[in-house]
Design a protein around this ligand. Structure first.
Ligand code: ADP
Ligand code: MG
Length: 632
């Protein structure tokens, strides 16, 4: 007799649950998606103990008829799909018919539902996959699903759950972001007695962002789209792609990807391709190890994207992946370039909290960060006298400990309280104010330097501080790139060829990128085994810089860029050259040089950040100054 047996449904459901239900947030995701598919416009989520003890979702969707209420718990039972053909054209969030049976097999579940097509509703209870009750019930139209004691019958799974806080943070982040994707719907999230989110329907995504995060966050974001692009396929069809959303200005730098949310046809997904497109859009604008905040909505023909790739439906595959990649990258990069935002001085935020005497600046700002944004009042500046020497530290604070306003992942529940207390978006609140634009650079009057490193300048609207090294770096970077494109690199010949020894890896890399090096102005030639001779180098590099630049380029391209485009390689070469050739900090500059730097910077296409992504200028606006002196 053979050894192979077909598994019972109960076992099969538990196996499926292993994939579909990873944690309480995955239950919330499946149920939220079901409610949205059911056409709900008002969705309430209640959880207890981070979702372990209770998850309840109440919606006002179409509800289920009595027979369907039972059928829904059969494996592969779905109302969203009928034939093989439908699988290529999925317009709903669900389609696998696996979520309800999977969840029911690892919890105590009660479904209460009432379809408008029937006179009464139905209540069904299932414990660990076994039906324990099914009755008629007088219920409001819509559906309530209550999940208690998740994983009570799968102790191994329960052990893997993280702390209540972590699980709750995942749920909060999920509900928040689904609410961002559906501004026309009402969402609520409650944890025990506390209300974490409540948003009412609004007309635009911008208003929803405002409801959820407040105006301070909105100011850090650039809104884009809808951008349309159409693709003509080999079969002569035209496919339309539409992109819209919000991305953060380059000064917002996250240390992980938790603030990146990608939606494809309304579905929240993780996708390496889109993530790569987004990171490429920020290439040379923020440091390589940092990530932006992003809320990206891509909509396309259902046939252009295969959503049936992963059991939890969190991954997709695009039919024309490189088209999608480039479309997303170029649209976002274009928008970032257009807005040219300037970093404001990270002043203490307006707050009624008085800086206690002797409180270190960082602790002070930390306190303010922790306070709820809506209780802020006029600025209370800390001791001006003590500040100038702290400026570089302040910038470090920006890059190393970026504001945590968007992160829900590790935040304690108190900071996740984000009810809709902001009301409607006040007129005039836009992500970018005109006067903040780096375009104002051209009108700046340099006043002097601090530490022979930072140029202080007076402008139309306030006081500016410009990092001379990174400013020059940006100017040179753009010049080098332009010459690259035109094959017009400026070159200097060396009196004596410079001989460099390479490692095997560097040698291979050298062979691969030698053409690009020569295009950048290097004249090199192989010189025996693992040795090259350099006869000429790009203008502006000192003899000691040349070796550094070559090694840097070879090493970067070896580790990071082997698979990336020629364009990225050129950007890296240009970044390396400009960093070495730029004036250093601790260099005195006369008036003429400072003026030259500011004028050239104003001409730059992207004068906000150096090629490595550090900010170039900080602005202390007239408004901040007036506030600081309590004049407004
Ligand atoms: P899928 O969503 O993949 O179809 P599920 O197991 O999540 O599978 O749900 C099974 C079916 O139950 C759905 O196809 C839908 O018909 C019904 N259903 C689930 N949740 C709801 C809801 N909140 N309102 C109305 N119908 C629902
Ligand atoms: Mg579903």
């Amino acid at each position: 007799m053979g050894k192979i047996k077909v598994l019972s449904d109960a076992v099969a459901n538990q196996i499926a649950a292993g994939e579909v239900v990873e944690r309480p947030a995955s239950v919330v995701k499946e149920l939220l998606e079901n409610s949205l598919d059911a056409g709900s416009t008002d969705i309430r989520v209640e959880v207890d103990a981070g979702g372990r003890r209770l998850i309840r979702i109440t919606d006002n969707g179409c509800g289920m008829m009595r027979d369907d209420a039972l059928l829904a718990f059969e494996r592969h039972a779905t109302s969203k799909l009928q034939t093989m053909h439908d699988l290529d054209q999925i317009g709903t969030l669900g389609f696998r018919g696996e979520a309800l049976p999977s969840i029911a097999s690892v919890s105590r579940l009660t479904l209460e539902t009432h379809s408008r097509d029937e006179s009464t509703g139905t209540r069904v209870s299932i414990n660990g996959g076994k039906l324990v009750m099914c009755e008629e019930a007088g219920l409001a139209a819509g559906t309530v699903i209550t999940i208690r004691d998740l994983f009570y019958n799968v102790p191994a799974r329960k052990k893997f759950l993280r702390s209540e806080q972590t699980e709750l943070a995942h749920i909060a982040s999920l509900v928040t972001h689904y609410s961002l994707a559906h501004p026309d719907k009402a969402f609520e999230l409650h944890h025990g007695p506390s209300e974490l989110l409540r948003v009412t329907p609004v007309a635009t995504p911008q208003e929803r962002v405002f409801q959820v995060f407040g105006s301070r966050t909105l100011e850090d974001l650039v809104e884009f789209g809808p951008e349309l692009k159409s693709l003509s396929t080999a079969e002569g069809e035209h496919k339309r792609f539409e992109l819209s959303g919000f991305v953060s200005k380059p000064h917002v730098q996250k240390l992980n990807r938790n603030s990146i949310y990608l939606f494809v046809n309304g579905r929240l997904i993780r996708d390496k391709l889109l993530l790569h497109a987004l990171t490429s859009a920020y290439h040379n604008l923020i440091p390589p190890a940092c990530y932006p905040f992003a809320l990206i909505f891509l909509d396309c023909d259902f046939g252009e994207v295969d959503v049936n790739v992963h059991p939890s439906k969190t991954e997709v595959r695009f039919r024309h992946s490189s088209f999608v990649h480039d479309f997303v990258r170029d649209a976002i990069r274009g928008k970032l370039m257009e807005s040219k935002p300037v970093s404001s001085l990270p002043l203490p935020a307006p707050s009624p909290i008085q800086p206690a005497a002797g409180l270190p600046f960082s602790e002070f700002t930390q306190r303010i960060e922790n306070a709820a944004p809506d209780v802020y009042d006029p600025v209370i500046p800390v001791d001006r006298e003590a500040r100038p020497h702290e400026l570089p530290t302040m910038r470090l604070e920006m890059t190393q400990a970026p504001p945590q306003r968007f992160d829900f992942s590790d935040a304690p529940p108190a900071r996740m309280r984000i009810p809709d207390t902001h009301g409607p978006l006040p007129p005039g609140v836009a992500p970018m104010n005109e006067y903040e634009s780096m375009g104002a650079l051209g009108d700046l009057r340099p006043l002097g330097q601090i530490h022979n490193s930072f140029i202080i300048a007076a402008g139309r609207d306030g006081l500016w501080i410009i990092d001379q090294h990174v400013a020059h770096e940006r100017i040179l970077f753009e010049q080098v790139l332009r010459r690259f494109a035109k094959r017009e690199a400026q070159q200097q010949r060396l009196l004596m060829p410079m001989v460099m020894e390479l490692t095997v890896g560097q040698q291979l890399e050298y062979a691969r990128i030698a053409d690009e090096l020569s295009r950048a102005g290097f004249e090199t030639e192989p010189f025996g085994n693992r040795t090259i001779a350099i006869q000429a180098a790009p203008a502006g590099l000192g003899p000691s810089d040349i070796e550094k630049v070559i090694f840097e380029i070879l090493d970067i391209s070896e580790t990071e860029l082997r698979k990336s485009s020629v364009e990225d390689l050129r950007r890296n070469i240009a970044a390396s050259i400009s960093c070495q050739a730029a004036i250093k900090i601790n260099t005195p500059l006369d008036q003429q040089k400072m003026e030259y730097l500011l004028t050239e910077l104003a001409k730059c296409e992207y004068p906000m950040a150096c090629p490595h992504g550090r900010p170039i200028a900080l602005r202390y606006s007239t408004r901040d100054i007036l506030r600081g002196f309590h004049r407004i």
